[in-house]
Design a protein around this ligand. Structure first.
Ligand SMILES: [Zn+2]
Length: 372
C-alpha cells in the first residue's frame, strides 16, 4: 500500500534573490540509498532548471520525475489530480491534498517519460523553505507564505530530541506528518541522487535540524523505525544554502548518540553514496584518530582490536575496518603474512598530520543537550 503523494503549491515572498551554484561537498551531504526499490524517479540529468527555495535561487544537482505527472507530459503531478478531481480537497492557501493514494502514485509514475530529452521539464519550481510544498506558479508561491502554518510557532511539530546553544533537532514521525515528510523527500531527490523513498514515509522518522531562532529546517536525516540491520541513518541532506557549516557532521554525531542511548553498535544504511562515503570516512577517522592521541582513551595501549574500537565508538566493525584501511594503518604480519595488524605509531602519525586534534574534529553534539 503506497501512501499519499505530496502535492501542492507553496507560496512565499521571494525577497532577495540570491543566486548560488551549490557545489556538492563531502561534509554535510548525502549518503545512502533508502530501502525502497523505486526507480521511477531516476532521470539521467537535472530536468528542473532552477529552484526558488525561500530567498535562494538554486540549481538542481539531479533529475527527478516524481514531481511530474505521468499522463500530462512534464506538468507537475498534483495538477493531474486536480483535473481528475480524485479526492482533491482545496485548502485555504490555494493548495490541494490528494486522498486517493494508489491512483495518484500510479499517475505520478513517470517511467514512460522521455528521459533522453535535452529540454528541461520545468524552468523553475517554487518550494516553500519551511514546509516543502511546491508549485510552478510564483503567484501561488507568494500566496502560500501568507498561510503557511510552518512559519507560525504554534504549529511547530515534532519532539525536541536535542537542543544546544545554537541548534535544535526535532524528531518527526512520517506516519504522523506524512505530507511534510513526503514533500521533504521529493525535494531531497533534487540533491541526493539515490534517494528512493518518497511516499512510503510511515516507517521512517525524520530528525530535522533548525537554528534555535528560526522555524526554517536546515537539513535532516531519516531513519527506519524497524531496521533489520539496525541502521541509525537512511539518508541525510543539509539543504544547499546551509551547507559548509558542519551541520552534516552534527547530525551524524547525533545519529550515533541516539544508537548509544539504545546500547547499539550501528551505522548508516549501505551502500553509501560517494559523497556519503567521503563524509563518513572523515568522521570515522577523526573519531578513531582521537582515541589514540594524548588524551584519548586508547592513548597508552600497546595492542588493540577492531572489536575494542567498535565498542568504544559505537561504529560497526566493518566501518572501523574500512576506516583503518582508508587511513592506511593496517599491514600484514611478517610472521604469517595472513594476520592483519594495526600499526599504532602510523595511526598516531596519521592523526597528527591530519589534525584530528583540532577544534574542527571535536565533538559537536553535547551529551547534556540530548533530550531522549
Ligand atoms: Zn510552506
Amino acid at each position: 500500500m503506497t501512501s499519499i503523494p505530496p502535492l501542492i503549491p507553496a507560496a512565499a515572498t521571494t525577497s532577495t534573490t540570491q543566486s548560488r551554484t551549490p557545489t556538492p561537498t563531502p561534509t554535510p551531504t548525502p549518503t545512502s540509498s533508502s530501502s525502497s526499490s523505486n526507480t521511477y524517479a531516476i532521470i539521467s540529468k537535472p530536468n528542473i532548471t532552477q529552484i526558488q527555495f525561500g530567498p535562494y535561487t538554486l540549481k538542481t544537482w539531479y533529475g527527478t520525475s516524481v514531481y511530474f505527472s505521468r499522463n500530462e507530459g512534464h506538468e507537475l503531478g498534483f495538477k493531474d489530480c486536480e483535473r481528475s478531481k480524485v479526492g482533491v480537497k482545496p485548502n485555504k492557501d490555494n493548495t490541494s491534498t490528494i486522498s486517493n493514494a494508489d491512483t495518484t502514485l500510479d499517475q505520478l509514475d513517470s517511467a514512460d517519460h522521455d528521459q533522453m530529452s535535452n529540454e528541461p521539464w520545468l524552468d523553475k519550481l517554487y518550494v516553500c523553505d519551511y514546509c516543502f510544498k511546491y508549485t510552478d506558479s510564483m503567484g501561488q508561491y507568494q500566496q502560500h507564505y501568507q498561510y503557511c502554518e510552518s512559519l507560525q510557532k504554534e504549529f511547530v511539530f515534532g519532539k525536541i530530541s536535542y537542543r544546544d546553544s545554537k541548534h535544535t533537532i526535532r524528531k518527526i514521525k512520517g506516519s504522523k506528518h506524512k505530507l511534510f515528510c513526503q514533500n521533504l523527500s521529493l525535494f531531497t531527490k533534487l540533491y541526493l541522487d539515490n534517494k528512493s523513498v518518497f511516499f512510503d514515509v510511515d516507517h521512517f522518522q525524520y530528525f530535522i535540524i533548525y537554528d534555535n531562532f528560526s522555524l526554517k529546517p536546515l537539513g535532516f536525516f531519516s531513519m527506519e523505525l524497524l531496521s533489520l540491520e539496525r541502521n541509525n541513518l537512511a539518508c541525510i541532506l543539509i539543504f544547499p544554502p546551509y551547507q559548509r557549516q558542519r551541520l552534516g557532521r552534527k547530525l551524524i554525531e547525533f545519529s550515533y548518540a541516539l544508537s548509544r542511548s539504545q546500547y547499539l553498535i550501528s551505522g548508516p544504511e549501505k551502500p553509501l553514496s560517494p559523497f556519503g562515503l567521503v563524509g563518513y570516512l572523515r568522521y570515522w577517522s577523526d573519531v578513531i584518530g582521537r582515541l589514540f592521541l594524548e588524551k584519548g582513551v586508547l592513548a597508552n595501549v600497546e595492542t588493540v582490536t577492531i572489536d575494542q574500537i567498535s565498542s568504544i565508538t559505537g561504529f560497526r566493525c566493518e566501518d572501523v575496518d574500512m576506516t583503518l584501511r582508508y587511513m592506511e594503518v593496517l599491514f600484514r604480519s611478517d610472521d604469517t603474512g595472513k594476520d592483519v595488524v594495526l600499526d599504532l605509531n602510523r595511526l598516531k602519525e596519521w592523526a597528527k598530520v591530519n589534525h584530528v586534534d583540532s577544534g574542527k574534529s571535536s565533538d559537536m553534539i553535547e551529551n547534556d543537550c540530548l533530550l531522549f
